[in-house]
Design a protein around this ligand. Sequence first.
Ligand code: SF4
Ligand code: SF4
Length: 194
Amino acid sequence: MNSYEENYINKRPQSLCKMCGKCCKVITNTKYTYQEILTMAEEGNEYAQDFAKIFEPYPSVEAAREVDAEIVDNIINRLKDSNRYNEKTLTFYKCRYLLPNNMCSIYEERPKLCIYCPSSGWVVTPPGCGFEAWLFLKREEDMQKVRHAKEELLDLKIMKQKTNDEKLIKKIDSVEKTIHRTIEMFSEQGSKYW
Ligand code: SF4
Ligand code: SF4
């Protein structure tokens, strides 16, 4: 069975990529600090090892801004909007393998994190990225999924009030849990308000 990323990449229209190299030039990691990534890499985490191998940190946010101010400000604004902005830990990175003509010098051997990117509608892409409109549609699909889940949850709660049938209650419980998981999956993106 294919992984989530493999299924996603199969659906992604690769021709939308403009090969501008922006996603290799100025990027950030909103989940982990650089120190955390290095520690994870030492502990054997494959994603962290790949990340640390290809990306080197800019000495400062200003240095990254000199390369592409639009990308830096876009990321900072988004982090501020979602209350995740931390001036002290925010680090921008550039790839060691990007060539001056924006091509990848290790294309055939590039790590999975490059092959799969963008791997979700919620990945922050640089302004002007060819996938912007497609990712917007993917986000809409995710939001729709959560809205349907909430409607289903409401129906189940009503149904539960009317029956004492044990089998049905068990089934309702299991469906309820699945629906909650769907909503929870998108909680970082604000699914409780959708
Ligand atoms: S390894 Fe290649 S594809 Fe990956 S970030 Fe670097 S230049 Fe881009
Ligand atoms: S920023 Fe978008 S369009 Fe540009 S190379 Fe990366 S994925 Fe392709």
